[in-house]
Ligand binder design. Structure first.
Ligand SMILES: [Zn+2]
Length: 222
């Protein structure tokens, strides 16, 4: 599929609108199987430009949540200067009960979240390794004052190429990740992290390019 400059601009606009939560009906559904997903088109452009790349994931509560589960919302932002650099991650979530101490987040293989977070499949595992060695095993985050606010550097995921995490899911779980030390198969698969309580889809996002503005809004801890 060839993209004219005009259609590229429309696609770019659609991605920005998509970030703002606005569906654009006339554009192809990236998951419909017809045409090239927009994320792949942009990923190819990013690869040619050698970065930097920016992505965002807007976290929403699991539609399949049990009654009484906390309603977690927020953002996970990613920045990668070029394909060989580590990824910076900015995690800012709120809505945790005061009893929460820590919860894990991981990249899951599918960016399918419309029916429930369970549709995101297993941990993204392109190199066929055990947990917690999957590239998107971000593991446990401390909850302080009902929030997770954390900046991590050197994450082993990538926004470029065939192993890109673009269009995949980030899932927050209700348990605690045992980091593969649980002594059972579940531990080596997902750290026995429990049910998903919130999730999101990782999207290319040029708004995140203005990271300095976001950093003024969100006091990310080091
Ligand atoms: Zn894992």
């Amino acid at each position: 599929m060839k993209s004219s400059p005009g259609s590229l601009l429309i696609s770019l606009g659609a991605l920005v609108l998509s970030y703002a939560g606005i569906r654009v009906g006339c554009l192809p559904d990236p998951f419909a199987g017809a045409g090239i997903p927009l994320e792949i088109v942009f990923n190819e452009l990013l690869a040619k430009n050698q970065g930097p790349a920016y992505a965002a994931c807007r976290m929403f509560p699991n539609k399949n949540s049990q009654p009484g589960q906390p309603r977690i919302t927020g953002h996970v932002l990613f920045k990668q200067l070029d394909p060989k650099s580590g990824v910076e991650g900015y995690f800012n979530l709120q809505g945790f009960p005061s009893s929460s101490i820590k919860h894990p987040m991981h990249v899951h293989e599918l960016g399918s979240v419309w029916d429930s977070c369970e549709s995101t499949g297993k941990h993204y595992n392109p190199f066929n390794t055990n947990h917690p060695n999957h590239p998107g095993d971000f593991n446990n985050f401390e909850v302080t004052g009902g929030k997770i606010v954390k900046r991590l550097t050197g994450l082993k995921v990538t926004l470029f190429g065939i192993n890109s995490i673009l269009s995949r899911g980030v899932v927050l779980h209700n348990g605690v990740d045992d980091l593969g030390q649980g002594g059972d198969s579940g531990s080596l698969q997902d750290g026995n992290s429990g049910r998903p309580i919130a999730c999101c889809v990782i999207r290319v996002n040029l708004i995140v390019k203005h990271m300095h503005l976001l950093l003024e809004i969100y006091p990310f801890a080091d």
